[in-house]
Design a protein. Structure first.
Length: 114
């Protein structure tokens, strides 16, 4: 499975950004897709996940601001980020889980700054 992420950039506090992640290869084996992020000097943390059965889970720090969804082409997942804050600045990584493996995309940088 290969993952390709799009949509990072520089925005001001309060603005929105949408990240996209497309999976290629053995996508039929994917059970969960989601997003993690890593801010400078911090550990990588879960942002949001979307399971094959449609269950979603969001980190407390982004609840009410971020939404994760799956595209009609089920190998695509989106992260809609609203009301962005400076503390959301990080490299965002797309992740996909199969029965036995975890796959990572290269990451896309989101910078929230005035």
């Amino acid at each position: 499975v290969q993952l390709q992420a799009f949509g990072g950039g520089l925005v001001q506090p309060g603005e929105s950004l949408r990240l996209s992640c497309a999976a290629f290869g053995s996508t039929v084996s994917i059970n969960v897709m989601g997003w993690f992020r890593q801010a400078p000097g911090k550990q990588r943390e879960l942002v949001a996940v979307f399971t094959l059965t449609g269950v979603t889970n969001l980190a407390d720090s982004v609840k009410g601001r971020f939404t994760i969804s799956r595209g009609n082409a089920k190998n695509t997942v989106y992260l809609q980020m609203n009301s962005l804050k400076a503390e959301d600045t990080a490299i965002y990584y797309c992740n996909a889980l199969t029965m036995g493996m975890s796959y990572w995309g290269k990451g896309t940088l989101v910078t929230v700054s005035s």
